[in-house]
Design a protein around this ligand. Structure first.
Ligand SMILES: [Fe+2]
Length: 276
């Protein structure tokens, strides 16, 4: 049946209006995503500015976490979530109540340890305003010191009640803590870190993720990444060593929307040098 001309025009106008509205919605959504990503990038800059060592640590942890997430078959959005949680897992350490403790060379007292154990909750508080954009972020950060057997903190979550991203970051965080040199001790070989993580299978760490992490082809990827990141220097170390170049890595930043970051740089899937 042929529609009357006015009806055709009305239908065409409605379709055009729907297209305009859809485009408007998409533009608004993209603008909101860009703004949220810019907020995260500013937070990462704040971590760097506060403590370059932590800035480099979280990037290494994000690198290892992304390899585990990829090997675990997580989707790209899930990998982006893992990356965010890895990058911000220690943001609670920028709290002034912890700064002196963390940056003092002295041996930690029980009170110091109790204070440091508040950093996941402090981090979740810092990130809470981003809940609307990244609903998984604060909870993931809150849970990165939980243990598979329920003996971790702060909520004593057990098993699969711990978000998978936090279970991944927990392994990556421990691997970096063992392999990377700290003020008070040298870094240990990747094989030693693998054995320590294996010893925490089903107690501290998710047993399936430990099996994945220690599976030779996967561990080979982790070890290759570690060889790369071992060369990375924080700006603080570079200043101490009198070197000019800034080679703290900037990882893939999958959370950046579209092809451009908040500073207008093209996002890349490859590690690249930080622009300052
Ligand atoms: Fe932590």
């Amino acid at each position: 049946m042929e529609l009357p001309r006015t009806s055709l025009l009305t239908t065409a106008a409605a379709a055009a209006a729907a297209i305009v509205l859809r485009k408007h919605d998409a533009d608004a959504r993209q603008a909101a995503e860009r703004m949220a990503a810019a907020a995260l990038e500013a937070l990462l800059n704040a971590i760097d500015a506060n403590d370059a060592d932590t800035g480099a640590h979280v990037r290494r942890v994000a690198t290892y976490s992304l390899i585990i997430a990829d090997e675990a078959g997580l989707s790209i959005p899930e990998q982006a979530s893992v990356e965010r949680i890895a990058l911000f897992h220690d943001i609670g350490k920028i709290h002034e109540a912890l700064f002196d403790i963390i940056h003092d060379d002295k041996v930690l007292s029980p009170d110091d340890r109790r204070a440091i154990a508040t950093h996941p909750a402090r981090g979740a508080e810092v990130l809470a305003p981003l809940d609307g954009f990244y609903p998984e972020l604060a909870q993931g950060v809150l849970s990165h010191h939980e243990h598979w057997n329920g003996t971790g903190y702060p909520q004593r979550l057990k098993g699969r009640r711990i978000p998978i991203a936090a279970r991944i970051v927990s392994i990556a965080d421990s691997f970096d803590a063992i392999t990377h040199h700290r003020r008070y001790r040298a870094g240990r070989p990747v094989e030693a870190a693998r054995d320590i993580i294996l010893a925490g299978r089903a107690t501290q760490f998710d047993p399936e993720l430990v099996d994945l992490f220690t599976f030779p082809p996967v561990f080979a990827r982790i070890a290759a990444a570690e060889r790369q990141v071992a060369k990375w220097q924080t700006p603080i170390h570079q200043r101490r060593e009198g070197r000019d170049e800034q080679n703290v890595p900037e990882i893939s930043f999958r959370w950046r929307p579209g092809r451009r970051g908040s500073r207008g740089r093209p996002a890349s899937d490859q590690p690249r040098k930080k622009e300052r």
